[in-house]
Design a protein around this ligand. Structure first.
Ligand SMILES: Nc1nc2c(ncn2[C@@H]2O[C@H](COP(=O)(O)OP(=O)(O)OP(=O)(O)O)[C@@H](O)[C@H]2O)c(=O)[nH]1
Length: 377
């Protein structure tokens, strides 16, 4: 009798289990168990138009968080976009040269037009003469097949721009200390904007950065830099308005050293009232910084639209500080890309970065081949 009772109970339990199993299967509509044997249940099938609808049971409200940070544009898309912009602003100059060189007959009038085109693009007198002489020699048809003007022009322009110059930014320090980038240049050349843009490039490359707002002369510049920093979560060290720029620079580099960041970038004031004043101020900023860590890069920011005037300013700055690289800004607003050649010759320092717009990611490393390709379209 006892055995019978056990048997009946066992059959009843098995029956209930089977029924529950069938019901569950019917509800989920699934015929295959989730792969991997986990207990993750696939979400109920949702019609596409329902995807945006809020779920019936709202998720708990997110805890208040810090303001969302900007995600700086990645290198590949930035470069592609800016190359197109460079071609847009400089293409006329390059394509104009190519059209002249592609004429059936290269007479004296044509050579004169080629020379004028180079001079108008701010290449400078001596480099223009040199490139015209080389083109004349190489494109002289001496029987046989005539050389391809595009290939010859490309090679000559790349050579003019300097394919072998070391254009790497020295943003890394030694002995565990940060790299220190000092950014100098006249008012309005785009220093503060450039400091912000470089910070974004570094953040996009997962580098840690501190900014020093040592342009204490102009309160707006300090606020402007603070905004650039906030947008990408970078610390900006600032001092009182009209305070000592060297002291802000010192504090910024100290903070960078203490926090063990990769790079400190210091923005400076651009007053050019007289050379002695500038020398005193920038000299002091550099000396004071170097109590903490060596300055690894001094970038001179030059506005490409200022032509010969810009070159004179560049010379004054290079006499005051040991410039190691040039940032040519506003190339988007000037068809005079030849200034790259002129300024490199003038200072003996490579152009390392070019500014191609007011957007936060409109700064690109300079590359001779890519630049000439953009000129030729
Ligand atoms: N179109 C264009 N505008 C730029 C570029 N770089 C900077 N600018 C603009 O130039 C103006 C001046 O830039 P700032 O960064 O304030 O110049 P600054 O040298 O720091 O000026 P001070 O603080 O007065 O010394 C701003 O309106 C920038 O948006 C560029 O590459 N292209």
């Amino acid at each position: 009798m006892g055995e019978w009772l056990y048997l009946v109970i066992a059959i009843a339990v098995a029956g209930v289990a089977l029924l529950v199993g069938l019901l569950a299967r019917g509800r989920s509509g699934r015929s295959v168990p989730p792969a991997g044997g986990t207990d993750v249940v696939a979400p109920p099938s949702t019609a596409p138009e329902d995807l945006d609808a809020a779920p019936a049971e709202a998720a708990p409200a997110p805890a208040p968080t810090a303001p969302a940070l900007d995600k700086p544009e990645g290198t590949a898309s930035r470069m592609q976009r800016l190359r197109a912009r460079l071609a847009g602003s400089q293409g006329g100059f390059g394509r104009g040269l190519l059209a002249l060189l592609s004429r059936d007959k290269l007479d004296e009038d044509t050579w004169e037009s080629i020379e004028d085109t180079l001079l108008t693009a701010d290449v400078g007198v001596a480099p223009t003469q040199q490139v015209v002489d080389n083109l004349r020699t190489r494109l002289r048809v001496e029987g046989g097949e005539s050389p391809d003007p595009r290939t010859v022009l490309r090679e000559e322009l790349v050579e003019l721009v300097g394919p072998d110059l070391d254009r790497r930014l020295r943003i890394t320090g030694e002995d565990g200390r940060p790299g220190v980038v000092l950014v100098v240049g006249v008012n309005g050349s785009g220093k503060t904007t450039t400091v912000g843009k470089i910070a974004r490039i570094l953040v996009a490359e997962d580098k840690s950065v501190v900014l020093g707002a040592a342009d204490t002369f102009r309160a707006a510049a300090v606020d402007q830099l603070a905004t650039w920093g906030e947008r990408v979560g970078v610390e900006v060290v600032r001092g009182p308005e009209g305070g000592d720029p060297a002291s802000v620079a010192f504090d910024a580099v100290k903070s960078g050293v203490d926090r063990g960041v990769d790079t400190v970038i210091v923005d400076t004031a651009g007053r050019l009232q007289n050379k002695a004043g500038l020398m005193d101020e920038l000299g002091k900023v550099k000396r004071v910084i170097e109590k903490q860590a060596p300055v690894t890069e001094v970038l001179l920011v030059l506005d490409a639209t200022t032509g010969q005037n810009g070159l004179i300013q560049a010379r004054v700055f290079s006499e005051v500080v040991d410039v190691t690289g040039i940032v040519l800004t506003k190339l988007d607003g000037s068809a005079k890309g030849g200034i790259v050649v002129a300024v490199q010759r003038e200072l003996g320092v490579p152009v390392k970065l070019v500014g191609l717009g007011e957007g936060p990611d409109d700064l690109a490393p300079f590359d001779a081949g890519a630049f000439v390709d953009a000129l030729l379209g």
